[in-house]
Design a protein around this ligand. Structure first.
Ligand code: 8YV
Length: 319
């Protein structure tokens, strides 16, 4: 910021590898200390422990441990909409503000979800491999696929992203249904209160609920069995929402038809069994990863920090 000297630049911790544009812009405003996500929190240098802000992202978040290691901490700026890895209660108890990046990423995450739906149901990735390997030229015939048009699309978690997915599929879907903890008053889609009924009535489940303990392993073996052998599942939310062992088993036994996965329980580790399955489409957590949206997310992190240090209301507060 103009006129700022090294002395009046608030110290900020950049936690884990941050997006380069975000780092550059942080460095223009603040004294930035990079801290690795696996750093020994009991051995942080004195300068780092003076940090008044922490910038982190979805898969790293902010534990009670890092908050306690930074006694001057006032605000956590998250480069993600999901704050399941932030100890929000600890932040609240300690008067630490938390901000995230909602809305700016909704369209791109929903676009990827729809892309994964088509890639999975229409065998796009498997057929790409068939062509590249020369198998098609040698006479191998691709299997016929399922279809998207006319299918019953079940949205698990009708929040901002769930609604954006539903909106995109209104034209193609035979029906759109959804499951939430509670019925949404203003949703033009059919609510199914029981998760097993919901899975049974869906041809495809689009997982769009937020992560965290309440949603952990919400999709379990029983739900996958209810989805059934012609059913597919797409997940752009958090790997923790699906019981990953149950998913791998259901796919291996062909108790469900396929899966399109952008997120995993232990990223970047992916269960090795999935790597050899042709009826699975895998992405390295790319939902918000467009040049446009990553810049918008960074600008929103910066807008929140700027507002905080100017004493203005936060733009997108969680706490
Ligand atoms: C990001 C995300 O991939 O917004 C979220 O919750 O998971 C993603 O947009 C991530 O935080 C950036 O590394």
């Amino acid at each position: 910021m103009k006129g700022m000297t090294q002395q009046n630049r608030p110290p900020v911790v950049a936690y884990g590898p941050l997006y380069p544009y975000l780092i550059e812009e942080l460095e223009r405003r603040f004294t930035v200390h990079a801290v690795a996500a696996d750093a020994d929190l009991s051995a942080l240098p004195f300068d780092v422990r003076q940090a008044r802000a922490l910038v982190s992202f979805g898969s790293v978040g902010a534990s009670a441990g890092i908050m306690d290691a930074l006694p001057q901490l006032e605000i956590i700026g998250l480069f993600s909409v999901g704050y399941d890895k932030v100890d929000v209660d600890h932040a609240r108890t300690n008067g630490i503000r938390v901000t995230n990046t909602p809305d700016v990423l909704t369209d791109d995450v929903a676009d990827l979800a729809v892309g994964l739906l088509y890639a999975t149901v229409r065998n796009i990735a498997a057929n790409d491999r068939l062509v590249r390997s020369g198998a098609w030229a040698r006479g191998e015939r691709p299997a016929l696929s399922g279809r998207v048009t006319g299918s019953r699309i079940g949205i698990l978690g009708l929040g901002r992203i769930g609604r954006a997915i539903a909106k995109r599929l209104e034209w193609q879907a035979g029906e759109i249904l959804y499951h939430n903890r509670r019925e949404a008053a203003d949703a033009p889609y059919r609510y199914v209160a029981d998760p097993i009924d919901f899975a049974r009535q869906s041809d495809v489940i689009m997982v769009a609920t937020s992560g965290g303990p309440e949603a952990a392993k919400l999709v379990d073996a029983a739900m996958l069995d209810a989805l059934g052998q012609d059913g597919a599942i797409v997940n752009i939310s958090r790997g923790s929402v699906i019981d990953e062992d149950a998913l791998v088993a259901a796919l291996a036994d062909r108790r469900i038809a396929g899966a399109g996965l952008d997120v995993f329980a232990n990223e970047p580790d992916v269960p090795s069994a999935l790597l050899t399955m042709d009826h699975v489409v895998l992405q390295p957590h790319q939902g918000s990863a467009t040049r446009h949206t990553r810049k918008a997310m960074a600008d929103l992190v910066l807008a929140n920090l700027d507002a905080h240090f100017a004493g203005d209301p936060l733009v997108t507060p969680v706490v």
